[in-house]
Design a protein around this ligand. Structure first.
Ligand SMILES: [Zn+2]
Length: 481
């Protein structure tokens, strides 16, 4: 018997003592890696078979559309979402998915998290999570809607000025953001079981419905990712929301911008309104805001020319300005304040943001104070580099027959940031092409054809992710335990 002894450094961290052993181990690891890659290729090839909308049984199509309408008819708009009704309906829909078990828990009273799981053949393999949020934003001014926002009416495209496909559309708040995706996950699983009733998945699948994304997610996903429940789920990869695409390419998001809510206050000497002092607090603030406006003009031009996407730039809006008292127009005020909403892509550092803000200042040491009401230091990105993120190769394979636009940074915030902060790769993907971007807008709608196509798209993504063999980084992590 041949032994390789490791230099004593404790645990598994030691170096093999002899060069022969090192060479042997290098060879064994190379063979293991090759084997894993081969297994990946085989599994992915098998998983590529999927249905198109045309092959999708007509009755099942109507059931899927009806289920979407039922979900959309529940008024889960902030600030008073009907979460209990949504929970009842979604639990009932999960009963229609073979082998699915549901579990519910609330971290904050009245705000339930629902996890619908299908156990995989390999219980130790990290699981696949399919996330959606159950709340929607308020419908706003009802007179601006041509249809009831919670009627989920099915209307022909001729009744919608901005429809991009010729078939029927479902009009409702949440049709795009993102009740459609939640239903697509469940219907995709049903489709997979209809294709192969006895099928199993290598990895456990969790379809997750969380509350409160539209108000920041602290009571929903924020609490959920910190729970033991979530830890036990051993999530390896997740899908979450993206946005619609008006072209025939699908959008994919791998990161999102983070907020830097900034307060700029200026202090100067107060005085009589008839005087002309060299500087005043309002004058200095005006100069700062003029510099902000010049910067804003430049980035607006970059977006308008198509040079950059909104998600790729540091954007800024002046959302509050105050100084002086309305009843004291003859007094030069001592203070002037502005609040800026700055949004920062993940590849821009906090220091770069501070430098940008500093560049707007007209003078140093002249009574200006910059503070942050809220800022997120680092933004995590999901890498598409297959060496950094082996799930990237799996996702690419799962979407290899789709026209995907160059991956982008989501311009707003989603629950995906909580998962990425836990180093979980998240693919922000709502399969809605040939669709105007209507999230948070009036007459939010989705074509029935696009919705059904999304089910077939997700059926392939789910099958490919859930059947992915043990990936290289998972093997390494196991060895390190
Ligand atoms: Zn959303």
């Amino acid at each position: 018997m041949f032994h390789c002894r490791f230099a004593a450094r404790g645990g598994y961290g030691g170096e093999p003592a002899s060069p022969i052993c090192r060479a042997m181990i290098a060879f064994i690891v190379a063979v293991m890696i090759a084997a894993i890659h081969t297994r990946t290729a085989c599994a992915l090839t098998v998983a590529t078979a999927t249905a198109t909308v045309a092959e999708f049984d007509a009755d099942a199509q109507q059931v899927a559309i009806a289920n979407l309408q039922r979900y959309l008819q529940l008024d889960t708009a902030q600030p008073s979402p009907a979460y209990a009704s949504a929970l009842t309906l979604l639990t009932q829909l999960c009963f229609g998915v073979p082998n699915m078990k549901t579990q519910v828990s609330s971290f904050v009273r009245g705000k339930p998290v629902l996890v619908c799981s299908i156990a995989g053949d390999d219980p130790d393999a990290p699981s696949v999570m399919l996330n959606s949020h159950t709340d929607v934003v308020a419908a706003g001014n009802l007179s601006s809607w041509d249809f009831g926002p919670f009627d989920a009416e099915r209307v022909p495209s001729s009744r919608l000025a901005d429809a991009l496909t010729g078939d029927d559309h479902i009009v409702a708040r949440g049709a795009q953001d993102m009740k459609s995706v939640g239903i697509q996950y469940l219907e995709a699983l049903k489709l997979l079981y209809r294709q192969h009733p006895k099928r199993t998945f290598r990895r456990t699948i969790h379809v997750v419905f969380v509350p409160d994304e539209e108000i920041g997610g602290a009571d929903g996903m924020g609490n959920f990712v910190e729970s033991e429940w979530f830890q036990r789920m051993n999530v390896g990869v997740s899908c979450d929301e993206g946005i619609a695409s008006p072209t025939d390419e699908f959008e994919l998001f791998l990161a999102e911008r983070r907020p830097f809510w900034t307060r700029i206050s200026v202090q100067d000497v107060p005085g009589h309104g008839a005087m002309v002092p060299k500087s005043t607090a309002t004058l200095t603030l005006t100069q700062i805001l003029a510099n902000v406006a010049t910067y804003r003009k430049r980035i607006a031009a970059e977006i308008a020319s198509g040079e950059k996407d909104l998600g790729e730039i540091v954007s800024v809006n002046i959302n509050h300005v105050s100084a002086g008292q309305a009843h004291a127009i003859n007094v030069i005020p001592e203070h002037a304040v502005a609040l800026l909403d700055i949004r920062v892509p993940p590849f821009v550092s906090a220091q770069q943001v501070e430098e940008l803000i500093a560049s707007w200042m007209p003078c140093a040491g002249c009574g200006i104070d910059v503070s942050f009401l809220y800022r997120v230091e680092n933004g995590e990105q999901t890498s598409l580099d297959e060496d950094e993120n082996p799930w990237a190769a799996v996702f690419k394979e799962a979407t290899s027959d789709l026209k995907l636009r160059r991956p982008s940074v989501f311009f707003g915030a989603t629950d995906g940031r909580y998962l990425r902060a836990k180093k979980i790769p998240v693919f922000g993907f709502s399969p809605m092409r040939n669709t105007p971007v209507l999230l948070h807008k009036f007459n939010e709608h989705l074509s029935t054809h696009v919705f059904l196509e999304g089910i077939t798209v997700y059926s392939r993504i789910i099958a490919t992710l859930a059947n992915a063999p043990v990936l290289l980084h998972e093997t390494v992590e196991k060895l390190e335990l």
